[in-house]
Ligand binder design. Structure first.
Ligand SMILES: Cc1cc2nc3c(=O)[nH]c(=O)nc-3n(C[C@H](O)[C@H](O)[C@H](O)COP(=O)(O)OP(=O)(O)OC[C@H]3O[C@@H](n4cnc5c(N)ncnc54)[C@H](O)[C@@H]3O)c2cc1C
Length: 480
């Protein structure tokens, strides 16, 4: 009899669990996150509305010996929220309230299922905003952002999620509720808040977060620079940062991406004859923004930009960003399937890395469309394909691995922001040796000795172990 037998009925009895799904047809949407190539079958999906309900679900799973996996909006792209077969998914989307706004101390306390963009909307009338802005911000949740330490276009100046998280309320894998960090930022002892951020749902479940808010900048200028050469655009990126200018965002889109965006509902007026565009945003006090704008324009022209346009008003600025933030969605026009890759390299290596990635894809007859958080050296080569062609799936797998090798050899890392999840778990050996990985396993096993909390993600089993290693249960077939 499966361990999960009868568990759904038990979960339905927990107060403040609003709904429990356990019919096969209801469970289908929960079989994967945004990385649809990897799938699992949960036994049930529970929708708690309070911390106490999350803790009760976790305790029930412990008693039944059933694994559990937290889920926000399921927009993750590395298989972090892929269910392990027979697990309970703890779906946080009904825990979406802003619990408190402290305008004086510039903090907000929110539930984990709050959609990222809704936080800035909630505090904008106070002249405040929440800086981390993944391109998926209209859907992804604060809980998912904390688990992935998500970045976004504005990471270049403001950092990823971690520096914006002050305190976390967490249900640990044994059902105990604890607080990590402090809302006033005066942390002493081990920084367990820092350990938790980026742990991809493997150390417990966030049930509330105290986050930093920032004052809205006095002035923002958004520029679109068009280039006839992708390499010139990459070089302009290094020139801007090398001059000591830190734009709020410095994004690059190549010609295939421009075509996809301009043919879609996200059309932003990007020039279709450009080989690449840079979307550059400067913010701060009016004087420095004006001075930096002039300097950035000059740098781009020195790198042979054919045009540099400045958004004249907020509507034009929003249109330019709509194109960038809708770019992944727009790629649905190119082919039935999309593999969004993510890696990071030193910014100065971008020209050769992007060329090598394009060669690796094109030599296998694959199309790649590049979007870069270029200021951070974060590359997103997007590989479009058709999964009905098994040869094409195999070539995608091969080129995915080669892209990681190219980036690591250039001094880079396996992920810039999408996390390791299942997708890159087994590539961790590419950059970490066993001695580096072992302390990660200690930390994991201290929080979750029973290995029930989102098992099998992020940390690979020791190389000496066989495929049947329990750390990899349910996911021996990692496709990408
Ligand atoms: C179009 C598109 C654009 C994207 N752009 C960006 C980008 O610019 N920057 C970026 O960093 N990412 C980006 N992503 C990836 C993704 O949106 C982020 O990783 C995001 O943080 C995931 O949030 P989510 O709520 O969807 O989490 P999910 O996908 O549901 O889960 C992600 C991970 O978080 C864990 N988790 C979820 N909730 C909790 C919780 N309450 N407690 C503990 N663990 C939890 C899950 O177990 C899983 O491991 C993009 C994705 C898409 C589809």
């Amino acid at each position: 009899m499966p361990a999960s037998q009868g568990l759904a009925a038990r979960l339905r009895e927990i107060r403040e669990v609003e709904q429990v799904l356990d019919h096969a047809s209801e469970l289908f949407p929960y079989e994967s996150d945004g990385l649809t190539a990897l799938r699992g079958r949960p036994a049930a999906v529970a929708f708690p509305t309070s911390t106490a309900a999350v803790a009760a679900i976790v305790r029930a799973c412990n008693e039944a010996g059933v694994p559990f996996v937290a889920r926000g909006a399921g927009t993750g792209l590395s298989g972090g929220a892929t269910p392990v077969d027979g697990c309970v998914m703890i779906e946080c989307s009904r825990m979406r309230r802003v619990l408190d706004i402290d305008a004086v101390n510039r903090t907000a306390t929110v539930q984990p299922g709050l959609i990222n963009a809704h936080l800035s909307e909630a505090v904008s009338a106070l002249g405040l905003y929440y800086a981390p802005d993944p391109s998926s911000q209209s859907a992804c949740t604060i809980g998912g952002n904390v688990a992935e330490n998500s970045g976004g276009p504005h990471t270049l100046k403001y950092g990823t999620t971690s520096p914006h998280v002050l305190e976390l309320e967490v249900v640990l894998p044994d059902g105990e509720t604890v607080h990590l960090g402090r809302r006033d930022g005066h942390q002493v002892g081990f920084d367990l808040r820092g350990v938790f951020v980026g742990s991809e749902g493997t150390l417990g479940i966030v049930t509330a977060a105290v986050v930093r808010l920032l004052p809205l900048p006095e002035k923002t200028a958004t520029l679109l620079a068009s280039f006839r050469s992708l390499i010139d655009a990459c070089r302009a990126v290094s020139d801007v940062v090398g001059r000591g200018i830190v734009p709020a965002a410095l994004e690059l889109l190549d010609d295939r991406t421009i075509d996809a965006v301009e043919a879609s509902v996200y059309a932003a007026g990007y020039p279709r004859d450009a080989r690449a565009v840079l979307l550059i945003e400067l913010d701060g006090d009016a004087g420095s923004v004006d001075a930096e704008r002039a300097e950035v324009e000059a740098i781009c022209r020195d790198r042979a930009a054919v045009d540099v346009r400045v958004a004249r008003d907020e509507a034009e600025r929003q249109a330019l960003w709509r194109g960038r933030k809708g770019a992944f969605g727009a790629m649905g026009r190119l082919a039935p399937d999309l593999y969004v890759h993510d890696a990071v390299v030193p910014r100065t290596r971008l020209p050769e890395v992007v060329e090598a990635i394009n060669r690796a894809a094109e030599s296998r007859g694959l199309q790649v469309a590049n979007i870069l958080h270029a200021g951070d050296g974060n590359v997103h080569p997007n590989l479009v394909f058709d999964r009905r062609d098994p040869g094409e799936v195999e070539r995608i797998r091969e080129v995915g691995a080669e892209i990681l090798r190219i980036c690591v050899d250039a001094g880079g890392m396996l992920s810039g922001e999408h996390g390791i999840g299942l997708e890159k778990r087994d590539y961790m050996h590419m950059v970490f040796d066993e001695a580096d990985l072992e302390p990660m396993r200690w930390v994991h096993d201290t929080f979750d000795p029973g290995d029930l909390c989102n098992p099998g993600k992020q940390i690979p089993a020791p190389r000496a172990c066989t495929e049947s290693n329990p750390r990899h249960r349910g996911y021996d077939q990692v496709e990408f």
